[in-house]
Design a protein around this ligand. Structure first.
Ligand SMILES: Cc1ncc(COP(=O)(O)O)c(C=O)c1O
Length: 387
């Protein structure tokens, strides 16, 4: 008997292929320089993190969710360390940033509530809002007049929540947080800020965007992930104590999943003193500035970088694939990012920098990128404004 799913899958994959949107897994040769990961501080191979991960341990897996019997002192210690490092009232671990957003938004909101979301927010926020069944108001990217108008016209009598990436994951720009918290104040709304690409990159000791602007106490929940600048895995919510209690009761992605293994918690905890020292964050910013100025010398004129994410927007998916292949031939890995991860006509290379890159490699990369753009005949475009 033929499997009906295999036939349907083949046809759907053919459609993706024809649109240059099919994706695939490939093992990355160690010889390539990675300019598209999120290991911003170069911690994923740091000896302290490796040592923390390989310490002997009585158990490999937690064996249950934290509310059943999986809670152990490693979770507690890491939450305390995160709370202290990020100067928050309380912290709660999640198994990933994706799961954090999918759990937090429905734990706070339901059909009587309203969520206001930037059009370029990460997929995990979009999915969290869908799961919540709250009224959804999507405002054009960073358009504060539109956000204000939609808060004014909202007739929900329930909770209002504004949710935003702090650093937009595919564009690298910052949320207009000062305006967002003012609007939140005017309309008695709560703010949830996803600091996934800001932790380790912005603010003293890598505490993120809200801290860098002195606005942490005006944000109800800051979400961070351990899988990016912390070089580990897992995620956390920084919030008030009552909110933490509510999340651990109501966030389904917390309640109904096996707790993080102890070894992973130890690795995340080992990253925090390295964040606190600030040296790697400084090295990262030197690389960000170096790439920008080298590209300018080669005639590639980009906006002033605001984070470790530098978008090279080329438009069509095929153009992004071609540019990615040209860089790969020159020894650099930069994956092509295509819809639905980014809006139609804004396929791109999402170039990222890391403190682990040497200055020489950053300069070589700038030259390779400039040559590849010429070879592919690519002219850079601005991403379209979303409505
Ligand atoms: C803004 C944002 N939030 C959340 C996530 C998900 O984090 P994690 O990789 O820990 O699941 C990502 C991942 O790319 C992200 O870009």
């Amino acid at each position: 008997m033929t499997d009906p799913l295999e036939g349907a899958a083949r046809r759907r994959l053919q459609v993706l292929e024809a649109q240059d949107l099919r994706r695939g897994l490939s093992l990355v040769p160690k010889s390539l320089h990675d300019f598209c990961g999120n290991d911003y501080l170069g911690l994923k191979q740091h000896p302290s993190l490796r040592a923390a991960g390989s310490e002997p341990c009585a158990e490999t897996g937690a064996g249950a969710s934290r509310l059943v019997s999986g809670h152990c002192r490693y979770h507690q210690d890491l939450e305390t360390a995160l709370r202290d490092h990020f100067l928050a009232p309380a912290a709660l671990l999640f198994n990933s940033g994706y799961q954090a957003n999918c759990g937090i938004i429905p734990a706070l909101t339901g059909p009587d509530d309203a969520v206001f979301s930037d059009a370029l927010n990460h997929a995990s926020i979009i999915d969290g809002i869908r799961l919540s069944r709250a009224q959804r108001h999507v405002y054009p990217h960073s358009d504060m007049s539109a956000l204000s108008a939609s808060l004014k016209s909202c007739n929900s009598s329930g909770l209002k929540v504004i949710v935003s990436d702090a650093v937009f994951s595919m564009d690298g720009d910052h949320a207009r947080l000062a305006d967002i918290v003012e609007l939140a104040h005017t309309h008695a709304a709560a703010v949830v800020l996803d600091e996934a690409h800001a932790v380790g990159v912005l603010g003293e000791a890598g505490r993120g965007l809200a801290e860098s602007l002195g606005l942490s106490d005006r944000v109800s929940i800051r979400v961070g992930t351990c899988g990016k600048a912390l070089g580990s895995f897992g995620a956390f919510a920084l919030c008030g104590e009552q909110t933490r209690e509510l999340l651990l009761n109501r966030a389904r992605s917390f309640v109904y999943t096996t707790a993080l293994p102890a070894s992973v918690c130890r690795v995340s905890a080992a990253a925090l003193p390295l964040l606190a020292s600030g040296a790697r964050q400084e090295a990262l910013w030197e690389n960000i500035r170096c790439l920008h100025s080298c590209l300018q010398e080669y005639g590639v004129d980009l906006d002033e970088p605001a984070s470790a994410v530098i978008p090279i927007v080329v438009g069509a998916p095929a153009a992004a694939l071609e540019l990615s292949a040209a860089l790969r031939r020159r020894g650099f890995l930069v994956a092509a990012i295509r819809p639905p991860t980014v809006p139609e006509n804004s396929s791109r290379l999402r170039v990222t920098l890391s403190a682990a890159h040497t200055a020489a490699v950053v300069r070589e990369f700038a030259s390779a990128l400039a040559e590849s753009l010429r070879e592919c005949g690519v002219t850079l475009t601005k991403p379209p404004t979303l409505t």
